[in-house]
Design a protein around this ligand. Structure first.
Ligand code: PBG
Length: 311
């Protein structure tokens, strides 16, 4: 049987995601064997610097794309939220998978819920999106950066003086840890998740019909429609590095997609939120982006980007 090589980053979460993809493809009983190829990316090597300052999301994707282009791998498994809103030539997303819980979760020492954290509590996060929304809701807490993979962040919660950390439910679920360690699932209207959070994206060489066929067995059309609206928004407001932006879409019973999105000041002093519903996912994303840009979102994004480049 022909062999298909599935590329992945080397973190435990990435390995779980790639294993999940391979299991699902094997279950489809296609005439292929599947093999995993682990790739160390720059983003995995630089764990002690705020990721925002070292080039953002693209860091995790670049080396993997090289392996794809060179034919070392045939497809690459990504967390959809780590995939830049515009892929470069000659790549495309061959499938967007079913979505895990897209919400962020709070894990606190002593299981104190978010609204009951004491004033001055130290909340760990590594994203400007989370800090903006946490501080808008609770200006009396302090946000500190906590970098590293999920295991590292949980260890730092116990050992480094944090009262709580906020991370993606999906990562915990894929690691098999879930509910007993989670204090609270944050309301996705209060803390709007990252674009694509909870879904996986499978990247392939553009026009690779063999992979397109294989990936029909993984693609989830409803999730893809939601993520399309989210990514159209992300693309229209910035198109680049990691800034305080959230976007989360749901499908209505009639098939329309509703997008809630936010651009915020990292210190939480301003949040710009907009909502739009419609049948055309791309148009919904663009409409929300236009309104947020006009309300001052562009100015915030430009300023944050400039600060990241200086820092
Ligand atoms: N930023 C890193 C990252 N990329 C994907 C996930 C979790 C899985 C997902 O959101 O799909 C995480 C960890 C986190 O944000 O807590």
């Amino acid at each position: 049987m022909d062999k298909i090589v599935v590329g992945t980053r080397k973190s435990n979460l990435a390995l779980k995601q790639a294993e999940w993809v391979i299991e699902r493809l094997q279950a489809a009983e296609l005439p292929y064997t599947f093999e995993m190829e682990k790739i160390v990316t720059k983003g995995d090597q630089i764990l002690d610097v705020t990721l925002n300052k070292v080039g953002g999301k693209g860091l995790f994707v670049k080396e993997i794309e090289k392996a794809l282009e060179d034919g070392v791998i045939d497809m690459a498994v990504h967390s959809m939220k780590d995939v830049p809103s515009a892929l470069e030539e000659p790549f495309e997303i061959g499938a967007i998978t079913e979505r895990e819980d897209p919400r962020d979760v709070l894990i606190s020492n002593g299981h104190v819920p978010f609204h009951e954290l004491p004033a001055g509590a130290v909340v760990g996060t590594s994203s400007l999106r989370r800090s903006a929304q946490i501080l808008a809701e609770r200006p009396d807490v302090t946000v500190h950066w906590v970098r590293g993979n999920i295991e590292t962040r949980l260890r730092k919660l116990r050992e480094e003086g944090f009262d709580a950390i906020v991370l993606a439910a999906a990562g915990l679920q894929r690691m098999g840890w879930t509910n007993d360690i989670v204090t609270e699932f944050l309301d996705p209207e209060m803390c709007i998740p990252a674009v694509g959070q909870g879904a996986l994206g499978i990247e392939i060489r553009k026009g690779d019909e063999r992979m397109q066929d294989v990936l029909k067995h993984l693609h989830h059309e409803e999730v893809a429609k939601r993520v399309t609206a989210e990514r159209a928004f992300l693309h229209a407001v910035e198109g680049g590095c990691q800034v305080p932006i959230g976007g989360f879409a749901n499908l209505e019973a009639d098939g329309q997609v509703t997008l809630n999105a936010v651009v915020g000041e990292p210190d939480g002093t301003k949040l710009l939120k907009e909502t739009e519903t419609g049948y055309d996912a791309e148009a919904v994303g663009k409409a929300v982006a236009e309104r947020i840009a006009e309300a001052g979102g562009t100015a915030i994004i430009e300023r944050v980007k400039a600060e990241l480049n200086e820092g």
